[in-house]
Design a protein around this ligand. Sequence first.
Ligand code: SAM
Length: 336
Amino acid sequence: MITNNNVEQLFKIIDESTEILEEVLDTSYLDALIETGNNLISGQVQIEDGQPNEETRRNLEHFYAEINLSQLDNETIRQALQLGVLKAAQKDHIQANHQMTPDTIGMLFAYLLQELYDKDAAIKILDPAVGTANLLTTVMNDIHRNHKDQEISGVGIDNDDTMLALAGISTQLQQIKVDLYHQDALDQLIVNSADFAVSDLPIGYYPIDQRVKNYQTHSKNGHSFVHHLLIEQAMNHVVDGGFGLFLVPSNLFQTDQSGNLLSYFKNKIFLQGFLNLPKDMFTNADLQKSILILQNHGNNAHQAAKVLLGDFPSFKNQANMKKFLMEIRQWHQQNF
Ligand code: SAM
């Protein structure tokens, strides 16, 4: 049972010990948060070159003794860490492409995934831009909440070691089965195919043209869009007939590189849906995002007679949101 109280209490301990480490190690809040996470995993304060000193070590251990992780559920741990990452984002100015996926979006992904993957069979979920693993673990925890006996595992890739360190801490503290790889997800992957892909993709140009020349979505002139390439790479690592859900810019089909993406879809992928997130979530219309729903060919997959298109209502209007989610359920029943 999650109570806000538990989340707040755990965050308070994490935050206070992180602030101590930030000061004594003279480091950023983010690095001190990673240190705190590692201390919680190992159950002791890591000492390097005599730092932190004996007094601080005792002080921190006093804080850690107040936490009994085995009595907290995953969502409490995830949400408390999320508050820590949000504080780090404010203090250390994390750039937009590295920002954690908020719970509102994570819960929509979780809902859509469970509509599309309506089996009790084991499920392996891939996120090729896993970041802090907030999106991946939100989805995995929600499946677990609804299907207690279902075997769920994850695979996460990220080329940023700080983000991946946070993902490692989050998944270890939550004791969730996720294999994490620190690499460029557009380089060769050594992961077996997943049943499903989810990702809040980084947006922009990919700098290494040579590495992506064999991608169907690469641009013939200049740099290619990293989000197009990552969609292709993710779907190449999903089983036949498997789905992918991607958070993408709402103007995905209105850029000068959209042609490549559409011709890749035409030959290899069923474009099953495109749902715009509510406009009031974004400060500027150009920043609006949508959820793209793709399915691989094979294993009896077919193009839905009606592609799922629409706009999510504002999150503030719960009745409309409920109605919209029911419409998605009906669409799934009628088309699959
Ligand atoms: N869903 C994540 C979460 O909840 O924390 C946030 C993902 S963030 C919007 C995008 C991530 O893509 C960043 O963590 C960034 O480091 C990663 N990224 C960017 N380019 C990448 C690449 N070529 N290969 C792997 N990861 C990449």
